[in-house]
Design a protein around this ligand. Structure first.
Ligand code: BG6
Length: 515
């Protein structure tokens, strides 16, 4: 049978997806700028060790740390081994750790030193194993403060390391810029040096297993897709609550604040996955196209709407998990009169045919009552009540994606209470990832590192999305910066945030579902 055009394309697409899964990793050298830093020790190295342990990096790899302090390869190896023993959730197999460490190298350098980039080129040649086509695959990982990235990229270009002797990729961490304009400027620097397909922008939320599951759940279950719209959904709620404070990152947070740290990226990405249309296929650009459309459909707030539909907060001293903790202004490297918000809540509107009129309530904060990331889809209620007293409140059906600390999908509905005549009882139908699969949830960094090695961009962020997300939050940030709120701190550590966040949903006669 001769296949029609779109069918052929669909077949090709399927093949492409399958092939990516089957791609074996080729040898590579990862050059980590800031390889002795926190991100590297806490996330990257444990992730790479796991991939090594599971045989994913079987074809050979080297890791070169570039940065300060001055140290030898051996000193670097033992520092990283100590970090892994300290930060890895599972105690490492010491023999594996030793084998892994033998792939690590260190190039002490200040990023602005020209000479070091010549040395870098030589070092990469010395430690790399060519792939099956004789190429040297190099991944430049920017594990450095955002301000250092443009300078490093400029030098990589100057020394012809981006498109020159190596088959190169670059990984950049969020935040991508500090507003839309600076995100564009950063992007100009990146695309002046690399092609878009060489650029991997990390938002680690995208590779959390329960977050990936949102698309699988939505687009492989016929019954839910039918009701995923304004005719059936009453409201959507997204909560990203953290119980930790800003930890040792006072200086970073004073520059960043909650909107740039969480809302512009993690939170809007979750909203995008919930609200997007079905993509043409499951490959990187099809999914990213649909998410970008959602970001472009979020109604941009003017000053009046920012004042009405957003809430900001900053934590004061309080108690979290039974421990007394300081307020934000008492944290190290934070100004004693800092106005930086650590809490955000808002009502967003997604102005498209699917979602017109459905409020998306979102909130996130540091030092909240507990650590929980959850997305709740609350469905509309039946128009009349057949059971119980007419005065009883009706209970809506709610579908909940719990991203962390547990990984679950649950559906809330009513049943008849045993022996009663007509009493309703609320129950939950639950899919629990760990119970079901009897395995731990993969670490997001592990998956992203492997995807980058294999060349799969699906879980990385595209520049147009980055800009569209800035467009949503820029007016909020600038309104907040122009009108300083005087009553900070306005929520106690260990609470659910300022009272105004309750009022935001209560004024619409709704409640926050996640508690
Ligand atoms: C990071 C933020 O991107 O995400 C941190 O910079 C935040 O402030 C962290 O704590 C939360 O990630 P997770 O995976 O612990 O929810």
């Amino acid at each position: 049978m001769i296949k029609a055009g779109p069918e052929i394309e669909r077949d090709l697409l399927k093949k492409c997806v399958v092939d990516l899964k089957e791609v074996r990793t080729e040898p590579f050298t990862m050059c980590i700028f800031g390889g002795a830093g926190d991100l590297s020790r806490r996330k990257l190295m444990p992730g790479l060790l796991h991939l090594f342990g599971s045989g994913e990096l079987a074809n050979g790899f080297s890791i070169l740390s570039i940065g300060m302090p001055e140290m030898t390869d051996n000193q670097y190896r033992s520092q990283i081994a100590d970090g892994i023993r300290q930060f890895d959730e599972t105690p490492p197999d010491e023999q594996k750790l030793e084998d892994f460490s033998s792939h690590l190298y260190c190039l002490p350098a200040r990023f602005e030193e020209d000479l070091k980039y010549k040395e870098l080129c030589q070092r990469v040649e010395d430690i790399s194993i060519p792939d099956s086509q004789g190429r040297i695959n190099v991944i430049f990982y920017m594990a450095v403060p955002a301000a250092a990235v443009p300078g490093i990229v400029g030098k990589l270009k100057k020394y012809n390391l981006c498109k020159g002797p190596f088959n190169a990729k670059i990984i950049v961490e969020k935040p991508f810029g500090h507003d839309r304009q600076s995100a564009r400027e950063l992007n100009h620097i990146l695309i002046d040096a690399f092609d878009e397909c060489q650029i991997y922008r990390i938002d680690h939320y995208l590779s959390k297993e329960p977050v990936q599951n949102i698309l699988f759940f939505r687009f492989s279950n016929f019954i839910f897709e039918q009701i995923w719209n304004r005719n059936y959904v009453d409201n959507v709620q997204i909560t990203v609550a953290e119980d930790i404070g800003i930890e040792h990152r006072g200086a970073f947070y004073e520059q960043t604040g909650v909107v740039r740290d969480i809302v512009q990226n993690h939170m809007l990405q979750l909203l995008g996955l919930i609200a997007m249309e079905p993509p043409v296929g499951f490959s990187a650009d099809y999914v990213r196209d649909e998410k970008t459309k959602v970001f472009n459909s979020i109604r941009i707030m003017d000053a009046y709407h920012v004042d009405r539909f957003t809430v900001r907060g900053q934590y004061g001293p309080g108690h979290v998990n039974g421990q007394s903790v300081p307020g934000y202004r008492q944290e190290k490297n934070v100004a004693p009169i800092s106005l930086q918000p650590t809490f955000f809540a808002a009502k967003f509107n997604v102005d498209n045919l699917r979602w017109a009129g459905v409020p998306f309530y979102v909130r996130t904060g540091k030092r909240m009552a507990k650590r929980i990331t959850e997305i709740c889809i609350q469905f509309k209620q039946l128009p009349l009540r057949m059971f119980g007293k007419p005065s009883d409140a009706l209970e809506p059906n709610i579908l909940v994606f719990t991203v962390q600390p547990d990984e679950k999908i649950s559906l809330r509905f009513c049943v008849k209470y045993p022996y009663s005549v007509d009493e309703l009882y609320l129950v939950n139908m639950v899919f629990d990832y760990r119970d079901m699969f009897k395995m731990k949830v993969p670490d997001p960094y592990e998956r992203l590192l492997l995807d980058c090695v294999k060349g799969d961009l699906s879980l990385f962020v595209r520049q147009d999305s980055v800009e569209a997300m800035w467009e949503v939050v820029d007016p909020i940030i600038s309104r907040w910066e122009n009108i300083a709120l005087k009553d900070f701190p306005n929520y106690a550590a260990g609470s659910w945030g300022p009272l105004e966040a309750q009022a935001l949903v209560e004024s619409d006669e709704r409640q926050w579902i996640t508690r």
